[in-house]
Design a protein around this ligand. Sequence first.
Ligand SMILES: Nc1ncnc2c1ncn2[C@@H]1O[C@H](COP(=O)(O)OP(=O)(O)OP(=O)(O)O)[C@@H](O)[C@H]1O
Ligand SMILES: [Zn+2]
Length: 648
Amino acid sequence: MPRESHLETTIGKSLVSTIAEAKVLMVGAGGIGCELLKNLVMSGFKNIEVIDLDTIDLSNLNRQFLFQKQHIKKSKAHIAKASALAFNPEVNIVSRHQNIKEEEFSVDWFKGFDLVMNALDNLDARRHVNKMCLAANIPLIESGTAGYLGQVTAIRKDKTECFDCQPKETPKTFPVCTIRSTPSTPIHCIVWAKSYLFGLLFGNAEDDDDEVITNEESNDDETTKELAALAAESQALKEILASSDTDGFAKRVFDKVYYMDILRLRSMEDMWKTRKAPTPLKYDDIFNQTEEVSNAMDTTPLEGSTLKDQRVWTLQETAQVFTYSLENLTARLKEIRVSDSEASVQFDKDDSETLDFVTATANLRAYVYGIEQKSRFQVKAMAGNIIPAIATTNAIIAGMMVMLAFKILNNRLDDCKTSYLVYGRHRPQLIISEPLAKPNPKCYICRNSYIALKIDTETSTIQDLINLLEENSLMDIEIQESGRVICDPDFDDNVTRTLASLQLTDGKFVDVIDDDNRKIIVCLKHVDTSSLGDKNYEIEGDIEEALEQQSIMKQQLKEAEVAEAAVEAHEHAEDPDIAMADDNKKRKFDKVSASSDADAPLKKTTLDATAHPPDGDGVGDGASRAQAVDVDEVIVIDGESFNVVILD
Ligand SMILES: Nc1ncnc2c1ncn2[C@@H]1O[C@H](COP(=O)(O)OP(=O)(O)OP(=O)(O)O)[C@@H](O)[C@H]1O
Ligand SMILES: [Zn+2]
């Protein structure tokens, strides 16, 4: 019996042949990606391109079933392809061990696919693929899981919400003084070790990409002085680093960080009026086991755990781990700096030396401040913001992605839904779903019109670009790229420069805003002048149409704002308490960092496996969504009953 016969019976011959012809791009071959690729090759897809920048790690094997022990350190994309072909050798799979953000994956390249499916784990890559799919006008299926929670949705330019239509949660931040001077919980010590000390010793503390320290609460005089003192301390530590070759390096770093700096902090009496002051700690005292220190040593294993990873190390063990990991990481840094003087070592929870260093330094700080110390295993979870990944969650989400793919390829976008896996939230449904939302008229990403411009970026100047845009009805324009202003009617410093000299090269997007405040995003495509006609440029897409669409969108935005204002005014008129509640909320919001955003109603999750799902009003918030849910069937799993929404 041919492989497709069951499929034909289920979804019909015509869809089976559409699927067989479709070209699908899968971004990410991790937890969801492995499940998804297996599903795709088993459900009639014949042309799949899979891209992943990473290699396989031991910690992936418990849930990424296309990978086995012998594949560790090999490319995820290549191995995923090889393993998936074993399920169905008749599929054409192209695998790429690359970053989807590389320039070669241009809008044109995206246009070569009928469908893109994201199986990613970070906001940055998701945002990029979202933008590329909008620019190429290709449908995108977006997915995400966090522990038992998951969600999947479809995105199509001008028809649905895009990935950026709703604000996303950003990682929690801590005030700088809490981290640098007055920690009170283990996470404060871990953040200090990972985002401050680690960066200072092995990289550039300032450019840590998931910076979680903010100084928004620190405007008074006292704090400014404290920050200046901390900066001087950092400088002094850098000077010690210069002597990393000489004996006693670890002791010097230790005594600087845990003795000298702490002594200075202790001398600031005001700081400790309402808090317990830290106790300075000397390296030699740990090894000489002064009475005070030996009494403080905690040698009791965590209850029920004997593995070294899972018990809190003694103070002496901690200092030993500090010494060896500091020495090894310093040597590693020196080695990589031979070929690149700017190189740095990055913290990675799966890199055991970096994890050792962060565990040891965080626990030493915790000891100094009288804070509970954590096992290496616990530090790994906290430093990596890890919510355990669940294979079943990934499998369910990957299955739903294929269902959405069927509908999209069958031209039934209107039947697609956003679905949420809400297991463990004490609700009767396992999956709830709601219709795809319309684009947010205020969205800065999808409420734009995209056109492609073929131009010789090496020889054309900004003035050439202005001229050709004026020829196409865009008058008195401002041009921006990634937030930097290239030119505007009052700023012409760059007009004689070539596009390339301003890094406006192939694949770059520039924002063009006209005097009527309409914005068009122009995607640059570099071509040699010789291959262009008389005009020296070629526009793909219709600018007039794009401008008209912009006017319509502006009108929609105005209408949405008027409607919003009317609803608000109505609510206030109906209920005078709302005005006061709103006022209180505003005041509260002003105080709380914007990123915590706890009051936002119906906010969706970040779809970021590394981010904590919002409690109560995130993925699993069935309460306010319940009306939108159709429960079509009840299935029984392990004796428990769940209502299941059939996606059809
Ligand atoms: N910019 C990118 N280009 C290509 N692939 C990416 C990009 N960003 C992330 N990925 C890939 O997306 C996949 C996401 O999978 P998953 O969430 O299971 O992460 P993981 O790294 O395998 O697991 P964990 O983070 O839990 O250790 C990863 O394999 C990652 O390499
Ligand atoms: Zn949007």
